[in-house]
Design a protein. Structure first.
Ligand code: SF4
Length: 443
């Protein structure tokens, strides 16, 4: 079946979802490929040159559906971080989508009539815009490393994504989360020769942020994150390690950006310490709600912390940060990953909805990323097709309706919600939300 036919059938089946969100969900679960002519253009006689767009930074995971070795050189080095879709067959409002490379995808970006277009096979779907290279992407640290590798920007310029520890101390099949390729991706990027700093020092981060700030960057938020630290790293425990970055940034650039931190769920004393360091938003990601699947999919987290304790800590963190500022992520679709997951969409949705009800009834607003079945993970390897589109669309409806039922605002730190406005690129959840009125928010 052509993707166009499947999409149009889904538009009819889910009339309350913006078409932008339906297409975005399918692109994120399926991936995109780029014609070489979309990324390289001939210059005025001096041979081929590269378009000055913002390239994919591999900001934490690979978020690709193939290994680096399976990519041609053009896509490997010049694929864009994100694309912006507009107009076309369905007259789309601007829709920002993270690039997940998949040479076998039916979705192909290629030139057409002097512009770039997304195609289903040969059929044009929507015009494609690429983000300009931010000026600071050309800057280097004194030791020659690119500033862009230390402080890449995603979400169409909104968010500085600061992965300060590029590996995870949960190691190997019995500890790593089964959907996560952080360790394998680190190895493959080093092997390919991409500049990729394993542990970014506080000095690296501050020096890079000086360049970002001096360039007049439009970024409004930053995220500090990285792999879990189960013992110590550079003599610091996990709380000490991650808090030091926030403390240093907030002391050098007080209030310049919204400060967000993604780590494990910590005991309340540690959460207080993070807040005191200057963090405004805390993301203790629970990954999957289902109590039976959590130990199978997150074996390290289950062994070191335990699922019930993890959830208790999220709830306790709301006392420290305020419920709206605790935003735990889950990975949408892994509930349906075989061999352990649900086989029926409605059963998977029922389980995930239970988690949403639990948190949202307490004023805590989870958010989700769309699962990318990366090949160097057990779940991606066993489920290269990911979860069905129907699952992702039912989740968008369920998420939106549960948020509205509890009269919660869209989570802070993600920019504006709604079609044509949302910039969160690894999930369409912000594309389906509308701002709620001040009256409703006050209830
Ligand atoms: S805790 Fe899990 S999801 Fe997070 S980096 Fe480690 S393996 Fe990946």
């Amino acid at each position: 079946m052509r993707r166009i036919d499947e999409l149009e059938a889904q538009f009819a089946r889910h009339p309350t979802l913006p078409r932008e969100a339906v297409l975005k969900a399918d692109l994120l679960r399926t991936g995109i490929c780029f014609d070489e002519r979309a990324l390289i253009h001939a210059d005025d006689g001096e041979g081929a040159s590269v378009r000055e767009h913002q390239p994919k930074s591999y900001f934490i995971f690979s978020f690709d559906m193939v290994r680096q070795q399976q990519l041609d050189e053009t896509q490997k080095w010049h694929a864009p971080e994100e694309i912006a879709l507009t107009g076309g067959r369905w007259n789309l409002q601007r829709t920002i989508v993270s690039t997940r490379l998949n040479p076998s995808s039916p979705y192909r970006v290629a030139p057409r009539d002097g512009a770039l277009w997304l195609h289903d096979g040969e059929e044009p779907l929507a015009e494609v815009g690429l983000h300009d290279l931010p000026p600071y992407y050309r800057a280097k640290l004194p030791d020659g490393r690119p500033v862009a590798e230390i402080t890449p920007t995603i979400e169409w310029g909104y968010l500085l994504y600061l992965t300060v520890f590029r590996v995870c101390q949960y190691f190997g099949a019995h500890e790593e989360c089964q959907f996560c390729d952080i360790n394998n991706n680190y190895r493959q990027q080093i092997q390919e020769g991409r500049p990729y700093t394993g542990v970014k020092s506080v000095a690296d981060i501050l020096a890079a942020l000086e360049a970002v700030d001096a360039s007049g960057s439009e970024s409004l938020a930053y995220t500090i994150t990285g792999g879990s630290v189960t013992s110590t790293l550079q003599g610091k425990n996990e709380v000490e390690f991650y808090s030091q970055y926030v403390e240093a940034i907030e002391s050098r650039f007080p209030g310049r950006w919204i400060s967000k931190v993604v780590t494990q769920a910590w005991p309340v004393a540690d959460v207080k310490r993070l807040k005191a360091a200057g963090a405004q938003i805390y993301h203790p990601n629970y990954e999957i709600w289902d109590a039976g699947l959590f130990p199978k999919i997150c074996p390290g987290k289950d062994r070191y912390v335990g699922r019930d304790e993890w959830i208790r800590r999220i709830v306790d963190a709301a006392e420290v940060f305020g419920p709206a500022y605790v935003i735990p992520n889950f990975v949408a679709g892994i509930e349906m990953a075989q061999p352990h997951g649900y086989t029926e969409v409605e059963e998977a949705i029922r389980s995930t909805a239970e988690g949403l009800e639990f948190f949202m009834s307490k004023g805590i607003t989870p958010r989700f990323t769309t699962w990318c079945p990366e090949p160097m993970t057990p779940l991606g390897d066993a489920n290269p097709e990911g979860a069905p589109l129907e699952y992702h669309l039912r989740l968008l409806e369920t998420y939106r309706d549960t948020l509205h039922a509890y009269r919660l605002a869209p989570p802070p730190g993600y920019g504006e919600p709604g079609p044509g406005k949302a910039v969160f690129s690894v999930s369409p959840f912000m594309d389906v939300l509308a701002p709620i009125s001040a009256d409703a928010a006050a209830v």
